[in-house]
Design a protein around this ligand. Structure first.
Ligand code: ADP
Ligand code: ZN
Length: 734
């Protein structure tokens, strides 16, 4: 960081400066700049009470008595956070009504930021000859020459050259080898934007050129890149990544699932000649440190990561791709509640970057923003190559002769039989993990529930237990009713994927069956191996939860059966229709990816439901228009704004008391013309022994919602253990 040393500092020794720490205190603290001065954005260690804590120099001092201030203890050997990063963090806190210190914590989630730069020893040749040549000495010298002068760690060198460490030491002492300090973190290999990519089709090339132009403009813009699965969206946005690199700006690709990055990184390696930096919860501590530092120094050209990668300290971020932008996992619903897609747009608008929102099925928010002209829209209408979209039809379950405890209709069975006979794969989709969602006592009607949550326990036959999907608690599967003590009357009700697998095994005893469900794949690597095996044709029938909807390529798959197309349509969720539409279309899109045409069959008791009809008709725009109209007339997002409020705590009476206090003191909300709904018990009224009560705030689009929320909640005195969580633009309502 020598360059920084010579740069002019914002503050000289003894100047009062305000520091934001990551501690849960809601204000800045003043300190004195240390010897050598300090700049805004510098990461520092400051005394707080008896401890030393991490902080960032945020501004000039806030006016405390200078004689009482303590100096900053240490300035980290890292580039200061860029001014646009500081603005971004501030605006994230404002928008999501979150404490700034918590937002800063999102941005400093790497180990050892205050540690001195870690070094390691590396050995290379000097060119001098040894005073006496021995076989062992020659092996070391020849090995290093054969590696083209690349330096090695001492132990590694001895091992690779097949000599004892004393031989290496002897050569160092004679000056034949040179030991030098090198940074502990390996630099990332350079990515080459000009490394040849695939030859694009005309439509792909046009879209890629448009995105390249957007990046070249060097100013903020957002594009919706819409195309069916397999149309080449990834190929196209990688051209935008290449352009950002060519401009010398950093790029970020956000993905919804860690499991996907394994394949994805290999694909990037092919495109750019090397692997980019990666950032996700599965990364080791040293990988996280390496990535954070390389991003901060500007050395990392491209980061591929999960939503929290958005908070990395980029020096000059020129492009953010949000792949599968409609995916629900972009919304964080713990700690700071934020939507990574929306915050990506915010960050890009501050840093003059391009955003690419890639999806086959946009969120209504994004669709409407494109419709309103705020986003550019690019469509990739066809699948690349010969692959065609599957033909879709409903199976009217009212007309099917179904036996008890049977969920695959005769009609669907016939189609599966045909596919099996042809040597093609079938996929059955049911978005329910486990064996059965409900365990009921036929004697007394008791439904086995979780002791800590307001939820029924789900039978998982493979693990031979009942599991709570809210908190993960489990119990043995009871044979006697825990309520009435009658034996032999406990019954599993309804299907999960494991139960569908049982039915498939009865009907197709010879077939090779694979279940893809998040609770059955121990590791990302194990999952990848299973997905590759399926893609290679090592399964006949695949049964999966929503994880099969995500971008896997199964070239032998020709039939998709949606076991319960009505499942997502129930429940009063604002986005029920939209989510169902997206999910079923994504799953259907798995069929017929290679040369073989595909079919998707939707089992439904209400085949005339508008959402089912929209899916079948293939007229997506009609669906979005209808859905947008319904939301507009209800003043619902994205045409009006909402904020969810969840009051949680261990004591039910206290939770209600605080929720009622909020309702009684809602004047700040009414001043901006907002409506308040609730309080009411949340649909899941207890999770992990925490009671949950909800309120909902609705306003017109332009109203100063965040300011009103702060004024409303700030005066409330919360008992210990009670929390008021604010959720701007809520995505879930449970
Ligand atoms: P999407 O991101 O829209 O699902 P991809 O970019 O992953 O689509 O493309 C789907 C498949 O088609 C991938 O295997 C990809 O390598 C291939 N593909 C797409 N475009 C081309 C192209 N122009 N040349 C060769 N292969 C392509
Ligand atoms: Zn539970």
């Amino acid at each position: 960081m020598e360059a920084n040393m010579t740069q002019a500092m914002d503050f000289i020794e003894g100047d009062p400066v305000a520091v934001l720490t990551t501690e849960p205190v809601s204000r800045l603290f003043d300190y004195l700049a240390p010897a050598g001065g300090v700049s805004i954005g510098a990461l520092v260690k400051v005394p707080l009470g008896p401890r030393g804590v991490l902080g960032v120099v945020w501004s000039a001092g806030t006016g405390f008595d200078k004689s009482k201030l303590r100096p900053i203890s240490m300035v980290a050997d890292l580039p200061p956070l860029a001014p646009d990063m500081i603005e971004f963090l501030t605006r994230v806190a404002d928008y999501n009504v979150a404490p700034l210190s918590q937002v800063l914590r999102l941005a400093t989630r790497a180990p050892g930021l205050l540690d001195p730069p870690a070094k390691r020893k590396l050995i290379s040749l000097t060119g001098r000859q040894p005073n006496k040549s021995t076989a062992a000495r020659s092996r070391v010298i020849d090995f290093l020459k054969s590696e083209g002068g690349r330096p090695f760690a001492p132990v590694e060198l001895a091992q690779l050259a097949g000599v004892s460490p004393s031989v290496v030491n002897g050569l160092v002492q004679q000056g034949v080898l040179l030991v030098q300090d090198a940074p502990r973190d390996m630099p990332y290999p350079r990515l080459d934007p000009n490394h040849p990519g695939k030859a694009l089709s005309v439509i792909q090339a046009d879209a890629a050129e448009a995105l390249r132009g957007s990046v070249r403009s060097g100013s903020y813009n957002t594009t919706l890149l819409k195309g069916v699965t397999g149309s080449g969206k990834t190929e196209v946005y990688l051209e935008a990544v290449a352009e950002a690199m060519a401009q010398g700006r950093q790029g970020l690709v956000l993905l919804p699932e860690i499991a996907l990055t394994v394949d994805f990184l290999e694909r990037l390696q092919v495109r750019f000649g090397s692997r980019p930096a990666e950032w996700h919860s599965g990364a080791t501590m040293s990988e996280r440190r390496r990535c954070w530092r390389a991003v901060a120094s500007g050395e990392a050209q491209l980061v591929v990561g999960a939503r929290s990668a958005l908070f990395l300290p980029f020096q000059d971020l020129g492009l953010i791709v949000v792949d599968e932008e409609h995916d629900g996992s972009y919304k964080q619903e713990e700690g700071v509640f934020y939507h990574a897609r929306d915050m990506a747009v915010l960050r890009a608008s501050i840093t003059q970057a391009t955003v690419v929102l890639a999806t086959a099925t946009p969120s209504l928010e994004t669709w409407a923003n494109a419709e309103a002209g705020k986003y550019t829209r690019l469509d990739l209408p066809e699948r690349f190559g010969t692959a065609k979209l599957p033909e879709m039809a409903a199976i009217d379950m009212r007309d099917e002769a179904m036996q008890p405890n049977q969920w695959i209709s005769p009609n669907l069975r016939d189609e599966m039989r045909k596919a099996y006979a042809e040597g093609s794969q079938s996929l059955l989709f049911l978005n329910r993990r486990g064996y059965a969602p409900l365990t009921l006592c036929r004697a007394c009607g008791e439904q086995v529930g979780c002791d800590s949550c307001d939820s029924r326990m789900v039978e998982h036959k493979f693990q031979n237990r009942l599991i709570c999907h809210q908190c993960g608690a489990w119990k043995p599967i009871p044979t006697t009713c825990p309520s009435c003590d009658v034996a032999g009357k406990m019954t599993a009700l309804g299907p999960g994927v494991e139960r569908i697998a049982e039915e498939v095994a009865e009907v197709f005893p010879e077939a090779r069956v694979e279940i893809l469900s998040s609770d059955l794949s121990d590791s990302a690597r194990g999952l990848k191996a299973r997905i590759e095996a399926i893609a290679a044709g090592e399964a006949d029938i695949i049964i999966g939860t929503q994880m099969v909807a995500k971008g896997h390529n199964f070239p032998h798959l020709t039939l998709v059966g949606v076991v319960d197309a009505d499942l997502g349509l129930q429940g009063g969720d604002l986005r029920a229709a939209e989510k169902s539409f997206q999910l079923i279309r994504q799953v259907a899109g798995r069929a017929g990816r290679a040369e073989k045409p595909g079919r998707a069959l939707l089992q439904s008791f209400q085949p005339n439901h508008p959402v089912i009809e929209a899916i079948l008709s293939g007229d997506e725009e009609a669906f979005w228009r209808t859905e947008a109209e319904a939301r507009r007339s209800a003043n619902a997002p994205p045409f009006g704004r909402m904020a969810g409020v969840i009051v949680t705590g261990p004591k039910e009476a206290e939770v209600y008391e605080i929720a009622n206090q909020l309702a009684r003191n809602a004047q700040p909300l009414f001043t901006i013309g907002a409506q308040l709904f609730g309080p009411a018990a949340a649909p899941i009224a207890k999770i992990r022994d925490q009671y949950r009560v909800r309120l909902l705030v609705k306003t017109a689009k332009g109203a100063p919602l965040q300011k009103a929320l702060r004024q409303w909640v700030a005066p409330i005195k919360k008992p210990n253990g009670l929390r008021i969580k604010l959720d701007i633009d809520p995505q879930t309502f449970f």
